[in-house]
Structures are given as C-alpha cells and as structure tokens.
Ligand binder design. Sequence first.
Ligand SMILES: [Zn+2]
Length: 69
Amino acid sequence: MTKAANPEKCPICKKPMAMDYRPFCSKRCANVDLGRWLGGTYAIPAEEPLSEAEFEAIISNDNAPEDQA
Ligand SMILES: [Zn+2]
C-alpha cells in the first residue's frame, strides 16, 4: 500500500483528476467516458429514418422557394 497522498486519477488516461471535471482530468476524458457509455455498453436505438412528410418539411424550411415567386 502506498501512503502517498495521490489525488484521484482520471480513469481514462490516469492523469491526476481535475476538480472541475472529476472524476476525470479534463472535459475530453469526460467525453470519452460518455462516448463509451453511449456507444458501448449502452445500446441506444438507431435514429429513426425521416418519413417523407418530415423530410419535405425540413427541405421547405431550409430552402426558400425563390424560383417560385
Ligand atoms: Zn484523463
């Protein structure tokens, strides 16, 4: 057992933990961990494909019908 007053270490990269991002050392590592949860252990449902109506609604919102004046 070491008695050194080691700060907690980042579980991702083993650098000393930063209080702002605990238990991680940085936002990057926090995101890495989040990504592991979302993409790994946790299976999230795939994005549902847009229906035709939804697709057209997005198109018509994005593009003003300039040539249909
Ligand atoms: Zn880290």
